[in-house]
Design a protein around this ligand. Sequence first.
Ligand code: ITT
Length: 196
Amino acid sequence: MRIVLASGNPGKIREIQALLAPYGVRILPQTAFATPEIEETAPTFIENALTKARNAARYAGLPALADDSGLEVEALNGAPGVYSARYAGPGADDALNNAKLLEALTGLEEKDRGARFRCVLVFVRHPYDPSPLIAEGTWEGVITTQPRGEGGFGYDPLFYLPELGRTSAQLAAEEKNRLSHRGKALQRLLELWGNR
Ligand code: ITT
């Protein structure tokens, strides 16, 4: 099966390609079809993922998979949430977003620094698919006070897993994929594919 991946985020693309490699699914990036990025204006992960998936399917003429994801911090009432990619402003990079998050949590003890990654995957067979497949996964952790680790992307250097004693940026790629919000969402999507 050939699928277009509706993402411009190299970290996501790498993880999803690795997760789907054993299943004979060939993932093509939407850039291969000169797909313009579409604005993510909706307040929910599902709506944004659906918009991205339909947009990519339209340009590629292929089934499309989109990932909308983010970090929900308890002390910030779920922020940055759907705004995770641009938490520090339009065009913000990972370093600026991470610095803003550390600043926002200044002075809070570990017990008050709980957070959760959330990933929503949406699969459409074509741009007007009336019954998209939707799969979700979450991952619980704690926001550290200093970045640690070189792996992953985004907020990974700040996402500490107390049971492992490491941040998600300190995990091997396979280990992160086995445990992560994205890995869990992909497992559910594979179940939905199997049932279709
Ligand atoms: P696309 O829409 O092109 O896929 P994006 O980065 O704009 O890329 P999102 O709007 O879904 O995607 O934002 C997701 C953000 O949430 C991402 O930029 C990271 O800051 C954060 N994030 C999501 N999953 C993550 C992960 O596994 N590790 C670290 N940060 C993650």
